[in-house]
Design a protein around this ligand. Structure first.
Ligand SMILES: [Zn+2]
Length: 288
């Protein structure tokens, strides 16, 4: 029995995972001050004495187990979340970036069975990513491999500011805040990307154009470098890939170095909403 936890910006989900199947799960709202205690409580609710636990976190993890910081959850800079949780739960706890964990799930149980090298792009509040090359999950030297959201897609002086503090990042145009901002420039503001999709119309179409253009430009740079087999989209809006695919394709065609690079398969994750917990549950734990 494997236990996976997906620590998101708004919710924490813990699950009992069997292969690619979630047998049971429990959720709680994310509160920065009590997140570690809340994770431990959720895990114990599902399994009083687990043998090991894997946790996907909304930030990057160094080789020594400390996270750099969690951009949307204050107070965790340089914290060794695995050690902290191990003390609370009483078993080895593996910790990995959420998009990297989702990419592991995709490698094991999804498109990884067909494609050996792919970038998994998570679309949600931010734009994240996990990288699988030649069948292996790549963490990178500092745990940042595949983090595509901060690729530069607009270098003009009035480029939009990104949550990371820099301007012109892909995430500034394809993340939630950028999509809501674009919509509000054209129509009465809405508070979620799903509402924009539901309302539709010309303003929504301009939002999908902006999103697809930013994604396509960034992905072209990545694919010009890595020559991948596929790009896999995961997360909320990924189910609406049809809304943005034409725009992504056009931007890819404009920026990709050669036709094979722009004709790369654009796919929706086969793991759905549980990708994070499934990937987390299968993270290797090292003895400590
Ligand atoms: Zn950024």
């Amino acid at each position: 029995m494997l236990i996976g936890v997906d620590w998101g910006g708004t919710h924490i989900k813990a699950a009992i995972v069997d292969g690619a199947n979630v047998r049971a799960h429990a959720t709680a709202d994310t509160h920065a001050a009590s997140a570690l205690d809340d994770i431990a409580a959720l895990v114990k609710q599902l399994a009083p004495a687990p043998a090991q636990v894997g946790v996907a976190i909304p930030g990057e993890v160094r080789d020594d187990g400390r996270c750099w910081r969690l951009p949307n959850v204050p107070g965790f800079e340089n914290v060794n979340i695995g050690t902290e949780l191990q003390r609370r739960i009483g078993c080895p706890v593996a910790v990995e970036n959420d998009a990297t964990a989702a990419a592991l799930a995709e490698r094991l149980f999804g498109w990884g069975n067909k494609y050996k090298s792919f970038l998994l792009v998570t679309l949600g509040t931010g734009v994240g990513g996990g990288l699988v090359l030649d069948g292996s999950l790549r963490r990178g030297a500092g745990g940042f491999a595949g983090e595509i959201g901060h690729v530069l897609v607009n270098s003009s002086p009035d480029a939009w500011l990104c949550g990371c503090g820099r301007a012109g990042c892909m995430e500034a145009y394809a993340g939630k805040a950028g999509l809501l901002r674009k919509y509000a420039e054209l129509a009465p503001p809405l508070s979620s990307v799903k509402e924009i999709a539901d309302v539709g119309g010309p303003a929504a179409e301009e939002v999908w154009q902006q999103m697809g253009d930013a994604l396509g430009k960034g992905l072209a740079s990545i694919n010009n470098t890595l020559d991948l087999d596929a790009i896999v989209f995961s997360g909320g809006i990924s189910n609406s890939l049809n809304l943005i695919e034409g725009h992504v394709r056009r931007a890819l065609a404009e920026r990709a170095f050669a036709p094979p690079l722009s004709q790369i398969p654009l796919l929706i994750s086969q793991l759905g909403e549980h990708a994070g917990v499934i990937g987390a549950a299968h993270l290797p734990t090292s003895p400590s």
